[in-house]
Design a binder for this molecule. Structure first.
Ligand SMILES: [Zn+2]
Length: 416
């Protein structure tokens, strides 16, 4: 057999175990030295020693030069599709203008809603495509994308269609989530129940047209209550959706307990998760998706208690939360650094959190290097896997492959 591609001279090959990895299992990460990979028809076809790999017949060979190869990263929480941008708010925030005042001036999430309603599907598509390319350039080969900047039927629909077309037309797998109940639009001020019913009424058609796998709701003081979130999640389950929830980000309302109790696929944020909530995560099937980039970007000091979650036995995943207001980055590697620096996660836990656990949090079978599975992987320009969380905010990806096709290669200018 002639392989399509053989990667030789891999210094460290990272082989996360099948997820979800809970608690102590997150500390285990198989790392094999001096390995090689053979790819055929978009899949991993052979895994073995560097010496054997060097003699395999192949159409293309890549010398990894003793560096690190990992599975493609999975980003399980992004708000990918949105109109406009909000860089103007940065100086207002610096001046100490409260978020609610920014909101009253037409800024904040409602300005993104306005822009997203105004922009055409084609405009939103082109912007989102650029973001996906940037994420892929940072090593992400599978990601989740939420709607939630329309807050009306027409625009939520437009966002979901953009995600569908991005998934169909591009190389990166994009898993769609309907987040209609993300905020309460101006026209429904004081009428959140009526707005929620409007969003619930969209669910059958979304299901019929297969426009989303998951539903999600923003459960927080001043947005949706625990009772409203429960109602929405139960309505989603009845129609065959799996559920996610933005839970306990600011106030400890009990969204974590709700998610674990209802068997949601993930509970996200969890900065203010209670002890009871963490216990229930450890006992249940719900993955904790932590977003330290958001805590950092909002300038807060208290991060989600990843240590308690893992030490008590929960499955933890990490995501960027890429969005135009509270975390503006494509770089999941930066999030890996924040997880190490601010949440005291070990390098092994971090790698499992951005591969197999992230994949599990969006119902995918990605995040592993296994014979016969799609060849999604990254060659990192680093001497060992611990180096990526250590050297923060850089892009260490040298080459990125999705289904055996190279989707990114770093161009180094020949300046020296
Ligand atoms: Zn979010």
């Amino acid at each position: 057999m002639i392989y399509d591609l053989v990667i030789t001279n891999i210094g460290q090959l990272l082989l996360p175990d099948q997820g979800p990895l809970k608690g102590g299992a997150m500390k285990q990460l198989a790392v094999e030295k001096q390995r090689a990979l053979g790819i055929k028809d978009g899949r991993f076809a052979w895994i073995g020693s560097h010496e054997e790999g060097a003699s395999l017949p192949a159409r293309e060979k890549v010398d990894a030069e003793g560096k690190v190869v990992s599975p493609g990263l999975v980003d399980p929480h992004t708000h990918l599709v949105f109109g406009g941008s909000r860089e103007g708010e940065m100086v207002l925030k610096q001046a100490g203008v409260p978020y609610l005042d920014i909101l009253k001036q037409g800024g904040g999430i409602l300005s993104t809603v306005k822009s997203t309603r105004e922009e055409t599907e084609a405009e939103l598509f082109d912007k989102a495509k650029k973001h996906v390319r940037q994420m892929a350039a940072h090593g992400v080969t599978t990601l989740e994308a939420k709607s939630g900047y329309g807050l009306d039927r027409e625009t939520e629909w437009k966002q979901l269609k953009v995600v569908k077309h991005l998934n169909e037309q591009g190389d990166i797998d994009i898993v769609s989530t309907f987040l209609g109940p993300h905020a309460i639009p101006l026209e429904y001020k004081g009428k959140s129940d009526a707005f929620l019913e409007e969003m619930i009424a969209m669910l059958p058609e979304i299901k019929k047209q297969n426009l989303a796998v998951f539903t999600d709701i923003f459960c927080e003081t001043g947005v949706f209550t625990i009772e409203q979130s429960k109602h929405f999640m139960e309505a989603s389950h009845q129609l065959g959706f799996q559920t996610k929830i933005h839970a306990d980000e600011i106030d400890s309302l009990g969204g974590t307990e709700l998610a674990a109790g209802l068997g949601a696929v993930s509970a996200d944020h969890l900065v203010a998760a209670s002890k009871q909530g963490i216990k229930q995560l450890a006992e249940g099937e719900t993955t904790a998706v932590l977003l330290p980039g958001t805590t950092f970007y909002l300038g807060k000091d208290t991060y989600a208690d990843a240590r308690s979650m893992i030490d008590q036995g929960a499955a933890v995943a990490l995501a960027t939360d890429f969005n135009p207001g509270s975390c503006v980055t494509h770089n999941l590697q930066m999030i890996m650094s924040l997880a190490a620096l601010k949440m005291k996660m070990t390098p092994e836990e971090i790698w499992n959190a951005v591969t197999v656990n992230a994949s599990h949090a969006i119902g995918q079978k990605a995040g592993r290097i296994v014979k016969g599975k799609p060849a999604d992987f990254v060659l990192w320009d680093v001497p060992n896997y611990q180096y990526i969380p250590y050297h923060y905010a850089a892009n260490h990806a040298k080459m990125v492959w999705k289904n055996g096709r190279k989707v990114y290669e770093r161009m180094d200018a020949d300046v020296f």
